[in-house]
Structures are given as C-alpha cells and as structure tokens.
Design a protein. Structure first.
Lengths: 389, 389
C-alpha cells in the first residue's frame, strides 16, 4: 500500500516535471555567437573551410563536428519498458530519459530518434541513412526477435558501434552481479545451474554472454517452458539458445527447471516466481528478479523462501541491476577509442571491471550505484581495440 | 588582397574553433538527476506514466517532450553553400551552424540530420519515419529541382511544418529588402521591372513570392538565358516560372533582360554581373547580388556603375540579405502557435513585418542586423493561424 502510494506520488511528480520543462533535453550552442565576427567564424563563410576538410578526409568529421561525442538513441516503440508496443511518439519520454542518463553519467551528447515504422528492413535503411551525424547507435526497446536481425545488419553495414542496450547492457550488468554473487558465496561458475526465465532481447543476450563465459549449465525458459533442441517451431534466436544451453535437454516447465538450480535470472513478467519454486532450488539460491516495475517475486518473499542474494531492477530495494551501470561507460569507451564495433570480449571485460568496483561484495551489496565514482571509467576502460585484464 | 587575407584568417579561426570544441552543439539535460529519487521521476518508473498519457493522446507529446521546441535541420548534402554536392558528412558543419543560429536567435532546440542518400523517394521516406520527435522540419541545402518535390511531398504527408529554407527564408528576406528599397526610392511595385538571375531553389522561391505579391514584370534567367513559355526542355519548376513571369516572352540573355530593369536579384554565381550591364539598366537601379561568398558583382563596382542600393549576402558590406533574419522567427512562430503548415500568406506577412523594423530605411540600411532586438518577434508574429496586417 505504501509502495502504491509512493508510485502514485512519483507518477504525479513525473508528469509535472515533464510538463514544466517540455521534456528533458535541450540542444545548446557551445561556441560564442556574440557578433558578426563570431558568425563568420562559426558559420559562413568560415565554416566552408571545415566542410572542405571533411569532404577531403571523412575521418575528420570526428575532429570538427559533434560526431565526436554524439550517440543516437533509437527505438521503434515496440517494446517500451513494461508498456509493450506503444509506438514511436509515446516512447519518446523514455528515449529522452536515456539520453539524459548518457549526459549525466558519461558526458555524451545523445539524441532520441523514434521511428515511425516497425518493419525491420525500413528500420535498417532509415538508421543507415541518418548515421553520418552520429558516433554510435544505441538501439532501445525494439521487440525480439526483430531486434536481433536489425542489430546484426547494422553492425555489418555501418562503421560506427551499434549496440542494442536491452540485450547487451543488461547482459553486462547481470554478469557483473553474478560474478560478485559467486564471490560472496565462494562458489565456482563451473558448478552453477542457472535458469533464465524470458527468451526475449535481454534473456537471449544474458544466456549468450554467460555461456561464452563458461557457465555451462543454463536452462532458458519462455512462456512455453524450457527451450531445447528438439522443441518444435523454435524461432531462429531460440534455436541458437537451444544450442548453447540445456545440455541435458530438459523439456519441462519453469518449476521443474528450477529444481536444484543455484541461480534464477528473471527477465520476464511480475510474480511468476513462487516461494515454493525457490524452495525447490538448491540451498540458499541466488535470485535476480528483474521484471520492471514489478519483479518476478517480491524480494522479501524471496528472502523468506530461502534466497541468499536477491537483486531486482528497482532502486528501492538492495542490489539494483540497472543498465545505467553499463551503457554510459560502453559508449564513452567506444567514442574515445574509435572502435568500429563493440565485441563480446569487450562486454565480458566490462562486466569484470564493473564487478571489481566492489572489492568486498556482501549479500546486499553486489553492485555499485550508478552515482558511485569510477563506474563509467571502469566500464569504458574495457572498450579498447586490444585489451588485457 | 585585404579581403583575401581576412578570409584566410577567418578560415584558420574556424578550423581551430571547430577542433577545440568538437563541433558546435551539445545536448544537455534540463532536469535534475542528483540521486535515486530524481532518476525515478525523470526516468523509470515515473516516465512510464508520461508515456501512457501520450499513447492515449498523441497531441500531448508537445506538452511532455522535446517535440514542443525541437526542429530538425535536414540535408542530403547536395547543394551546400557555394561548395555544391559535397555529401552528407561534409555538410554537417553547416547544419550544426544552422542549429546554433536557431538556438542563438530563437531559443529553438535544433538538431542536424545529414542523410546518406540523394534519392528523393528515400529522402521523403526517411524524414517521415524520423518525424515523430520533431516539432518542425527545416530542409537545408538540397539541390533543385529535387528540393521542390521533397518539400511538397513532406508538406502533404506530415502534420508538422516543413520549410526548405534556401527557398522560402531567402524569399522572405529578399521581399523585405525590396519593400524597403522601394520605400527609399519612393517607387511603386507595379512599375518595377525585376530580373532574377538563377532558377534554382532560391531564385524560384523569390520569383514565386514576388509574383504573388503583385510584382508583375519579372524575368527569370538561368544559365541558358531568360525563361519563357515556349522555351524547349523546361524542367517542371521552370515551366511554372514561365507561367508567372516574363509576360512579354523575352527570349534573350541576361544582358538583354536587364535593359531598363529597375532591380537585379542575383542568386547565381560570382562576377556574372558586369558594370556595363548595370549601365544598361534604368537610372540608379537596385542591385541584390546574393551569390556567396563572392557576389555577382562587387558592391563598390556596382555603386560606381550607377546602382543606388546594393545588397549582398555578406556581413562585411552594408545591407546583408541573410536567411537568419527569417528562419528563426518563422519556426519560433510555428512552434508557438502549433500551425501545421507555413503558408505563402504567412511568409508575405513575415516579410512586411521584417521590413517594418526599419521605420526610415536608407540606401545603406534597408534591413536590420540579426542581432537587433525585435527581429524574431516581428517575423514570428506573422506565423499565426489567422493573421491580419
């Protein structure tokens, strides 16, 4: 009840804030424009010389224009927060918010682009055509499975970094949280049985990153139960999941998959995890209930059912697993080093460096807050052309 | 020689300025993000409420998002300044500059979009798809005749104002300059013979606006001479020009067209107007030599040949005819009043109100400087759903 009252209060404040300011972003001019001379230098005729330089060497756009520090936050409005397919225009407040976070945490100039199309081919074409201005592309809240194809195509066809944050930002922070959780419990990743509930953008990326990291007993469930190789009518991304997970081809539902599991990672829907399911897991399991705004199980219920470490996506409980720990640093590093792509290796390293910010993790402190110093620097340091741990 | 040295100096300063700042624009966050509570209000979970409001009533995007005050400055890089078809990326410094002027003069948040395509259909499709975020579209430096079709299509298919500034911004300022020039010379527009050299974006829009204003003896020339109805292989926009101009079907070249003309308006190339052509015009003619950076004739030469009023596109001579007198106010008015389109009537009114800022025009002062107070307000006041003079 207190939570509901609090939510109503936050909603009211949010509406007021957005109305007062007319959104959250402003575009400002950072050079002087006081008089004719300033105009001549910043605009015509002086600017023509700058254009000629770039026309003769395209790489100079990063020297002379906002491309140096600018990221596009692009959505088609098809999978926005917990709201679903609300379309381009209604997604704008979220995209503006994301851009605001880019500025606040990594001093990146980010601009929201909401696409009035949900056709993969049109989305790819449109983003390629508007790409010249940007130093990086952050795809946001695009529904699975379309998001996989769009990201793959853009990575192949553009020479700037492209990252679907719902996939990879989430995966980096989950891996960091898992690294520190195992440290708390003094466990080895080899022995872990991990169940991921949700096979959308986030679930798929989390499973892929964990598998590549050597977590070798993962079961991914969707609304039809466990994903396994022989399951019929598997979409392409689930066929890939079946290859890298569920080595014993478990074919049952979530409840059965969780039997003796050490870790539950929910990127699905509220209240799907029951206390009795937790009781069926191994002793004192790790529960990451990341559905937003309402988690797969309330953290207090999870604790009561025996969980040793509980994380959610919420800021009002301990251990918030939030993409904002990752994406500002990932793009800060990408812009600063000029890498053309963000690789799986870079993301793995970013997770380790993010985890290492907490030297002595405790059950209620497995991750830093985004406001802690060093978060962006730790993550960005992993985005290098050649890096060592 | 002094001018050349001065240009070299401005070029050098311009390169340094752009390099130092990494372009001219920055995207900033205008709401507080100091702590968890601020994040909850500006971003999740509070922002979801704002999304729902817009999903239920799209018009609320102008209440709650940056759409309220944001304009896209969009080019395909095909006709940039005097540089021509330098492509999307090399056009970016100009587009950033334009956005900076929007901010400086009208407090509009403008963002540059440089399109990596020069296909009309693709340009229209792309702009339609990225339109949701913007409150208006300023098309910029798109070559004729493509610019006409693109602007027409977008005006039909979008519900936000679309304006190709090279056309209409120029036309508004030229009309204002002409109104005050006639005031200086105590002449009536009915009797004027006007020759426009250049039938691209600017020339076409200037001719169209002047014709609709009752200037009934206009001859438009292109590189092949006068445009007249019977001329073969006329492009569609030149067929339209032939209908509204050249009533006596003059068929010769620029020099002949200028005989006894009262006004020359050049939107063409440097040094094409000779002193002897001016001497062939009527007594003490009006010369607007607007080619940039080098005008159709040097102002001192024009004066020496008998011109009474000379204007150029340059800030280092008297009477600068510069779009920056128009576009900030036009879009300020459009955003504030929520008009869906900017009509010819609004543009006419804007020119009259811009001209009226100078109550006593003199031969060397027919227009205000963009830095003078009242310019934006005068122009924006003309952009109303229903206006009276």
């Amino acid at each position: 009840m207190a939570v509901q009252k609090n939510m109503a209060d936050i909603n009211r404040q949010s509406l007021l804030l957005h109305k007062k300011h007319g959104g959250k972003l402003s575009v400002v001019c950072k050079v002087p424009l006081r008089n004719k001379h300033d105009l001549a230098v910043a605009y015509t005729p002086g600017v023509a010389r700058v254009c000629e330089e770039i026309a003769s060497d395209k790489s100079l756009a990063k020297t002379y224009t906002l491309k140096r520090n600018t990221v596009a936050v692009i959505t088609d409005g098809s999978a926005v927060l917990g709201l679903g397919n609300i379309g381009a225009l209604a997604a704008l407040p979220v995209m503006e918010g994301k851009c605001a976070l880019f500025k606040r945490f990594a001093d990146i100039d980010a601009f929201p682009i909401c696409l009035d199309t949900q056709d993969s081919e049109e989305i790819v074409d449109t983003i390629k055509r508007i790409a010249p201005v940007f130093g990086g592309i952050n795809l946001e809240d695009i529904a699975a499975p379309r998001c996989f194809e769009i990201e793959r195509r853009l990575r192949e066809e553009l020479d700037i970094p492209v990252l679907h944050d719902d996939q990879h930002g989430t995966a980096v922070v989950v891996l960091a949280a898992l690294i520190n959780s195992l440290k708390v419990k003094k466990l080895s990743k080899k022995r872990m049985k991990i169940v991921i509930n949700g096979a959308g953008a986030a679930g798929t990326a989390v499973a892929t990153l964990l598998a590549s990291e050597g977590y070798n007993t993962i079961i991914v469930c969707d609304s039809r139960g466990a994903i396994y190789k022989e399951r019929k009518k598997l979409e392409p991304h689930k066929q890939l999941l079946a290859k890298i997970s569920n080595p014993r081809s478990y074919t049952g539902d979530l409840s059965g998959a969780l039997r003796d599991a050490d870790v539950f990672i929910g990127v699905s829907v509220k209240n799907i995890l029951s206390p009795s399911m937790i009781k069926g897991m191994s002793d004192k399991p790790i529960i990451f209930a990341l559905a937003n705004p309402e988690p797969e199980i309330h953290p207090l219920l999870a604790k009561k059912a025996g969980a040793s470490i509980v994380a959610t996506g919420r800021s009002d409980f301990p251990n918030q697993i939030n993409n904002v720990l990752a994406f500002p640093g990932i793009f800060r590093g990408a812009l600063d080093t000029g890498v053309h792509a963000i690789t799986a290796t870079m993301l793995q390293k970013a997770a380790y460096r993010l985890a290492a910010i907490i030297p002595d993790p405790r059950p209620t402190k497995i991750l830093p807050s985004p406001f802690e110093k060093g978060v962006v620097r730790a993550v960005s340091s992993a985005i290098q052309k050649k890096i060592s741990l």
